[in-house]
Design a protein around this ligand. Sequence first.
Ligand code: LHQ
Length: 262
Amino acid sequence: MTDPVLVDRRDGYHVITLNRPERLNAFNADMLAGIAAAMVQCRDDDSCRAIVVTGAGRGFCAGQDLTARELDDAGGRPDLGASLETTYNPLILMMRDMAKPIIASVNGIAAGAGANFALAADFVIAGRSASFLQAFARIGLIPDAGGTWWLTRHLGEARAKALAMLAEPLPAATAESWGLIHRVVDDADLEGETARLAERLAASSAMALALTKRAIHEASRNALETQVRVERDLQREAGFGPDFVEGVSAFLAKRPADFRRT
Ligand code: LHQ
């Protein structure tokens, strides 16, 4: 049987590939467990300084596999809340809390929980032919895997409601112009641009990136008075770290900083 999740260890970063191309990489229990295990591996491996997630074949991810056995509760109604609680929610929260930057390299359609899994990444870079589809309303569900949160935060209620209630695909270029994703590139350039971004993040100060991610997340729920105190505390931590010494020494010596050795 083919592995539903592949992990490729590159110099400084890992690439996690969703690998069920015949079903547009729809999530089933094995794939969700595989992604979670790969994320833990990346988190615990010091040589991994950034994480890329992408899809095999022509799609990124079509969301929950609607043919999966786990949805067929012996003729009764499956408890989708339980499925979210035990699989999707811990995965999305682990990605949000991950100290290392995560890039979703969206190579094709990202639908349902697949779209919201991509939006849980810190950087979403997409090929021009990719699109984001909140498919849920088509099958009588609501956006999950953080969807209502990402859409409302990034786009505001008007666009969030239109995407969620009309369930029409949002082309990558529009997603970029609306500020939902970081960047759209030509399909032929996606792999190369993703690698360049991952290499750049892997060469950056891991500590600065981790603390920045935390500060930005806290900003979304704090008043300015609280947030400047958060910045004070995290900057104190950064200032006591080795990367600050290296960064300033490199600047003064007019040489590039080497954060991978600090
Ligand atoms: C699929 C799927 C799929 C199985 C394509 N499953 N086979 C839900 C419940 C439980 C708990 C937690 O939360 C969730 C969250 C969710 O994610 S709900 C939303 C689930 N996803 C969808 O509703 C999307 C369903 N897929 C589609 O609407 C289309 O396939 C899209 C628009 C993604 C792509 O359309 P096309 O490019 O025309 O491709 P296709 O439809 O021909 O798909 C290719 C194959 O992949 C096809 O199989 P076949 O054997 O006919 O070649 C599809 O059946 C299969 N596939 N999505 N989610």
